[in-house]
Design a protein around this ligand. Structure first.
Ligand code: ZN
Ligand code: ZN
Length: 163
């Protein structure tokens, strides 16, 4: 599935039309194909990861790293660091299901439609809002195992009513 993902192809440097503005061990950055602002970049993890709704608090460092790379790229490209927007499309409003951070600048000069598409709302979540949200999504829970094959019948402890 991930093999056909366009962002995975870009991350491997195998998409000839896409110039990587940044590349390190974990991330790549490139220009959005349909820019909504003078500066519009996408930062993605090289490893295929799903949309932001699949993230948990374990992913907070990753999201912070995405923002770090985004800010670095924006600065290098001469974007306005005081007038920017960083965020994610929320499913089902994300067109590509490979985690990607949008970095836009200048925020104040975006056209009406672009403003709508990238407006902090239920279809677009800013980096701060996402980090806030992730604090409350535990990622260290063991997924409950599927009904085990062992026939051991464990009596559930009777929950006595507390008086
Ligand atoms: Zn991918
Ligand atoms: Zn998007």
């Amino acid at each position: 599935m991930a093999r056909r993902c366009i962002f995975c192809t870009i991350a491997r440097g195998e998409e000839p039309k896409t110039t990587l503005l940044h590349e390190d061990e974990r991330f790549v950055a490139f220009r959005d194909r349909s820019p909504a602002a003078a500066h519009h970049y996408l930062i993605i993890p090289k490893e295929h990861m799903g949309n932001p709704a699949t993230l948990t608090n374990k992913d907070i460092p990753l999201v912070e790293s995405l923002a770090e790379v985004g800010n670095k790229v924006l600065q290098e490209q001469g974007g306005n660091m005081e007038d920017k927007r960083l965020g994610f499309h929320w499913p089902p409003f994300n067109s590509i299901d490979h985690l990607h951070l949008h970095v836009l600048s200048p925020d104040s000069q975006m056209g009406f439609l672009s403003r709508l598409v990238y407006r902090p709302a239920f279809w677009f979540v800013t980096i701060d809002k996402l980090l806030e949200r992730l604090q409350a999504v535990p990622g260290d829970q063991q997924p409950s195992p599927p009904s085990s094959t062992s026939q051991q019948q464990s009596e559930t402890k009777a929950e006595g009513e507390q008086s």
